[in-house]
Design a protein around this ligand. Structure first.
Ligand SMILES: C[S@@+](CC[C@H](N)C(=O)[O-])C[C@H]1O[C@@H](n2cnc3c(N)ncnc32)[C@H](O)[C@@H]1O
Length: 212
């Protein structure tokens, strides 16, 4: 828990209910133990994408498509979202959800390792969301920054790992090694010469930065 129980409950109680499709995706995620983005963090991404007028978005880690759907719904009709996923079953499930969500034309779901796929992309992108394997964040960030236009936004999930990153020790299944890797990534992200960023305690910790 990153914020107090009372704050967490209040935020959950005041949040609008998800629509039927998102609720189904969230239920499936819980049932199948698919790690999906915290609901409040997902709303934050949608708001930020709309506020920045993002037209081209790139995402690492589709899973079954919860964060992808929030981002896709923020795009204009001629917008484009490229999202990478390496798990075939999750990718297939995401494809079927997107066929139902009426945003499939805007979404390019790639069953491909992001480290490989990012090298094939041409920028500029307006927004990037990193939510793949935490140990690969640093490498993915270095591939993504050159694809972003100046002023573009980059968001990264799980940068606080249930609070373990702030405490600098293993908590809640996040091992000491993973915590150390996360702290090193956060230092790199916040000190990146091309980014101006911060860490927010939304969800499991979302880091945000604007490209200079
Ligand atoms: C935390 S989940 C993503 C959750 C999703 N963004 C959401 O909010 O619903 C991370 C996903 O990244 C995928 N993944 C891990 N490493 C990857 C890589 N190198 N390239 C593409 N996908 C990767 C995993 O298979 C997993 O489904």
């Amino acid at each position: 828990m990153i914020v107090t129980d009372a704050v967490r409950s209040y935020i959950d109680e005041t949040r609008p209910e998800p629509d039927a499709l998102l609720a189904e995706m969230q239920e499936r995620g819980q049932r199948d133990s698919v790690p999906i983005l915290d609901a409040q963090a997902a709303r934050l991404l949608n708001v930020l994408a709309r506020a920045t007028g993002a037209r081209r978005i790139v995402e690492v880690g589709t899973a079954i498509g919860v964060s992808t759907l929030h981002l896709a719904r923020a795009l204009p009709p001629d917008g484009e979202l490229v999202s990478f996923e390496i798990d075939r079953e999750r990718h297939t499930q995401a494809l079927s959800y997107f066929a139902r969500a009426r945003v499939a034309a805007r979404v390019d779901l790639r069953l491909q390792d992001a480290g490989e796929g990012l090298r094939e992309l041409e920028g500029p992108f307006d927004l990037a969301f990193l939510d793949g394997l935490k140990a690969e964040y640093a490498g993915h960030l270095e591939l993504i920054v050159p694809l972003l236009r100046p002023g573009a936004l980059v968001a990264v999930d799980n940068v606080l790992m249930s609070g373990a990153v702030a405490e600098g020790r293993a908590i809640d299944g996040w091992s000491g090694d993973r915590v150390a890797t996360a702290r090193a990534f956060n230092d790199r992200f916040l000190g990146h010469p091309e980014l101006d960023g911060l860490i927010t305690p939304v969800g499991d910790g979302i880091a945000l930065a604007v490209k200079r």
